[in-house]
Design a protein around this ligand. Structure first.
Ligand code: ADP
Ligand code: MG
Length: 350
């Protein structure tokens, strides 16, 4: 009863706890926070110095006693305390920006599919310690599917692929449940590593993470493009140690990403292959939906289509699909309760 009363006013929030980016959706407001999942910590005192965008600016520029870490780097809670600090910071910010006399928010949180019970518990506890009243966990591919308005409750197959920073997740959804899923630890971060390696080995230039990210955004591709595009790589010469500049093209990046991009596409292919034929028929008709930041990599849709022989559609605003899904769920927590994956069986609060 009290929950219903509060529900009318409360600023319930949806969170996409991504390996690369954390997004927060506030009911009746939309996406209010979109920041990198980075926390800067003083190693000596263990004190949290900065979170989100301000912590990101420290990456690679910090003195030895400060680390800028990404607590969810493999799509799981690799550092519980840091994850909790990050969640608390974001939840507090929402609380401050809205009417702080309101009750603590209910939270719907997207977590990677295939996390262990221990990890689920860790996220749930972190959110509760961070100030959430009730916590509802949902697998990210399910949230993404809801976010892009797939008819997940129908008895028909829906395929969604979410390529993030740490993991690529593939899920086949029908009747409100995940029928088949796969998660591989090859995604945006690995693509950046591949670019760093390629530029070092093939061009003899040493670059860092930020430069690799820029190259990926500017000329990254995983399938041939109609026209060649290029950008400049600036780094240190492997031999002389002096600054050097070269051109890099989409074709070169395609070579750099060849192995990793194929792992992603093959994972989609094998997931489709192990899906019941009835559902595959639906998927062939509707196509595969592609979400997450990796959906924006040029030719990712074509590559997956090439491997699966099924049409692939990049969803609108692929980086916010998961958080938009958690936002839709906030409006409908009771009727969508089947989609939650909390450790204990979900119960509608009194
Ligand atoms: P996560 O859910 O793991 O936080 P996101 O869905 O936010 O991940 O996607 C972040 C990843 O997407 C990063 O690796 C980033 O480099 C990549 N990304 C974002 N925009 C683009 C783009 N235009 N082209 C290629 N990769 C991109
Ligand atoms: Mg994500």
């Amino acid at each position: 009863m009290l929950n219903n009363l509060f529900g009318a006013f409360s600023h319930d929030i949806g969170i996409d706890l991504g390996t690369a980016n954390t997004l927060v959706f506030v009911r009746n407001k939309g996406v209010v926070i979109n920041e990198p999942s980075v926390v800067a910590i003083n190693n000596t005192t263990k004190q949290v110095l900065a979170i989100g965008s301000s912590a990101e600016r420290m990456v690679g520029k910090t003195p030895a006693n400060i680390t800028a870490s990404r607590p969810l780097v493999d799509g799981v809670v690799s550092d519980f305390e840091v994850t909790e600090a990050m969640l608390k910071y974001f939840i507090d910010r929402v609380h401050e920006e809205t009417l702080s006399f309101l009750p603590r928010p209910r939270c719907v949180i997207g977590i990677p599919s295939g996390v262990t019970e221990v990890e689920k518990r860790a996220v749930e506890d972190a959110a509760k310690n961070a100030g959430a009243r009730d916590v509802y966990l949902i697998e990210e591919p399910m949230a993404a599917a809801i976010g892009v308005k797939l008819p997940i409750q129908e008895a028909a197959g829906n395929a969604i692929v979410d390529i993030g920073g740490g993991t690529s997740e593939i899920a086949i959804i029908s009747l409100g449940g995940i029928v088949q899923s796969k998660s591989v630890r090859v995604a945006g971060d690995k693509f950046n590593d591949d670019i760093i390696q390629f530029v070092k080995e093939q061009m003899g230039i040493i670059i860092g993470e930020r430069t690799a990210e820029r190259i990926k955004l500017e000329v990254g591709a995983v399938y041939p493009l109609k026209e060649e595009i290029h950008t400049i790589v600036k780094g240190r010469d492997v031999v002389t140690g002096l600054p050097r500049e070269e051109y890099i093209t989409n074709v070169m990046v395609e070579t750099a990403l060849d192995k990793s991009s194929k792992i992603v596409a093959e994972s989609v292919q094998s997931t489709i292959e192990s899906t019941p034929p009835e559902l595959v028929t639906d998927i062939i008709e509707k196509g595969i939906m592609l979400a997450g930041g990796g959906a924006l990599l040029r030719g990712m849709d074509d590559l997956i289509s090439h491997f699966t022989q099924i049409q692939v559609h990049v969803v609108d605003d692929p980086l916010s699909a998961v958080v938009r899904g958690t936002g839709i769920i906030l409006d409908d927590i009771d009727s969508l309760k089947d989609v939650f994956v909390n450790v204990e069986d979900y119960q509608v609060p009194d």
